[in-house]
Design a protein around this ligand. Structure first.
Ligand code: ADP
Length: 482
């Protein structure tokens, strides 16, 4: 699938440290999840190279931070333009290594690039304050300064956007970065890094450490006193480990961890819109996003109709290789992901759920888009993020019951509900314990909104005017007139 890149020099397989590509002593295979075939072998770097990358980022920090905001804006804008110029090649690399349908990959490139554009613009809007006079002889000033060398550890489900959402605000703020992309999807990350080089970031400002020993690379990033900020998107388990490992150096953390998104459909909802929203939220990236609807709660009066309408649409979805025309559900990322979906389906069936459509593994790493009715809170699907194309539909009677069920989880990332009564919309929005609420929509992400979770779904917000604050320190100056 990578033979026909318009720019074959974007197929990069070495790590990037201090502006130089590093082969490494060992290599690891990157596989195509649709076929299981090898796509490329990539530099398998470890703790030693991570330390070199941190040193390079530290050396590059002074000059980068000293550039004017407008100079940083210009380099980021060039990077944005290059990402968009190479949208098709980046999308092909992404579909090849990650599996998502090509149309979704193109959309992710645009979404990923939009963070670079947004934070290029935000670079020019970092402003401090002059405070009120408390003492006629003193002036009180507040500066915003870049925090320092930043580390970004990113997952495989959005191979580009999870990188740019962290790296663009860091670079805009005047920080330098060491990126550890997911070992399953390093090719998109490396192509984006190559475009960053072409855009003109000085050597050492952007570094990429590829490798399979994530704990060793993570440890090196966490224990470094030079690294002042760690941003991580991935599982809550790994997030907890990283948080503990960052305690000795009191690092600032941004964590975007697991979700368990409820999707509630009330009696007064526009049912066809709710079905559209559920499809978009549940089956995008074959259910492998942290904001995917994980639990569908549908009120009594519309339960059967909703399940029927949803199942009809799900049944019509084409499963297959993401490069094939018309495919809307690609392969899952790895065999373990299939095993989890399978386990959730079997557990639900044992506890009284019924299959409305789907329910089976297909050849290779594909799973049938599935709808299960009569789900209950005893099932694994109620507690764990499935991260696959499985929609369990729960039945509820009252508004309070739905809110309580939706909140009965340690997670608090995205939530969704469909209703038209304005009083209900207000009540439910305010009571959902989530960082994000989609009301009458299943798609909520753009670069200009604050993305993030509460409870054990994470810390901090990415995107929007808030996203850059994670990478800025406040310094207070008290200036006396003597
Ligand atoms: P996912 O379920 O999305 O694979 P993970 O949390 O396992 O989530 O992976 C997200 C990222 O975290 C990947 O880049 C992975 O290599 C990395 N990772 C996994 N374990 C560790 C660890 N112990 N320390 C640092 N990074 C890790």
């Amino acid at each position: 699938p990578l033979a026909d890149l318009a720019d074959p020099s974007l197929l990069i397989t070495d790590g990037l440290i201090n502006g130089r590509w590093l082969k490494g002593r060992q290599r690891f295979d990157v596989l195509d999840p649709a076929s299981g075939h090898k796509l490329a072998d990539v530099a398998d770097l470890g703790a030693r190279e991570t330390r070199t990358a941190i040193e390079a980022a530290n050396a590059a920090w002074g000059p980068w931070r000293s550039k004017s905001a407008k100079e940083r804006f210009a380099v980021l804008m060039r990077w944005y333009e290059l990402l968009m110029q190479h949208q098709e090649d980046l999308a092909r690399l992404m579909t090849a290594e990650q599996g998502k349908p090509l149309a979704e990959a193109r959309a992710e490139v645009a979404y990923g690039a939009s963070f670079v554009q947004w934070f290029a613009e935000e670079a020019k809007r970092v402003s401090g304050q002059t405070l009120a006079t408390y003492d006629a002889n003193k002036r009180y000033l507040v500066l915003k300064q870049p925090i320092g060398v930043c580390a970004a550890i990113t997952p495989w489900n959005f191979p580009l956007a999870m990188i740019t959402r962290k790296v663009a605000p860091a670079l805009a703020a005047g920080c330098t970065v060491v990126i550890k992309p997911a070992e399953l999807t390093p090719l998109t990350a490396l192509a984006a890094a190559e475009l960053a080089q072409r855009a003109g970031f000085p050597a050492g400002v952007v570094n990429v450490v590829t490798g399979t020993d994530a704990p060793a690379i993570g440890q090196a990033l966490c224990e470094s006193a030079v690294v002042r900020h760690l941003s991580f998107t991935g599982s809550t388990e790994v997030g907890r480990i990283l948080m503990a490992q960052c305690a000795p150096t009191v690092k600032k953390l941004s964590l975007e961890l697991g979700g368990n998104a409820p999707f509630i459909v009330f009696d007064d909802a526009d049912l066809d819109s709710a079905v559209e929203g559920a499809l978009a939220s549940k089956y995008r990236n074959a259910g492998q996003t942290c904001v995917c609807a994980n639990r569908l709660y549908v009120q009594d009066g519309v339960y059967e109709v909703f399940v029927k309408k949803l199942a009809a649409r799900v049944k019509a979805m084409k499963v297959g290789n993401g490069f094939e025309e018309g495919v809307s559900v690609g392969p899952l990322i790895e065999p373990a992901a299939l095993a989890k979906v399978d386990k959730h389906v079997k557990d639900a069936l044992k506890k009284g759920a019924r299959i409305v459509t789907g329910g089976k593994r297909l050849r290779g790493q594909f799973f049938e888009p599935t709808v299960l009715a009569d789900a209950s809170d005893k099932m694994l699907v109620a507690r764990e993020e499935t991260f696959g194309p499985l929609a369990p539909v729960f039945r509820f009677h009252t508004e309070q019951e739905a809110i309580a069920a939706a909140n009965a989880t340690e997670f608090g990332l995205a939530s969704y509900f469909y209703a038209r009564d304005v009083g209900r919309i207000t009540r439910v929005s305010e009571q959902l314990e989530y960082g994000m609420v989609g009301i009458n929509t299943g798609l909520i992400s753009t670069e200009h909104v604050p993305f993030g979770g509460v409870k054990q779904s994470g810390l901090g917000r990415e995107g929007s005017v808030h996203g850059i604050e994670e990478y800025l320190e406040i310094k207070y100056l008290c200036l006396a007139d003597v």
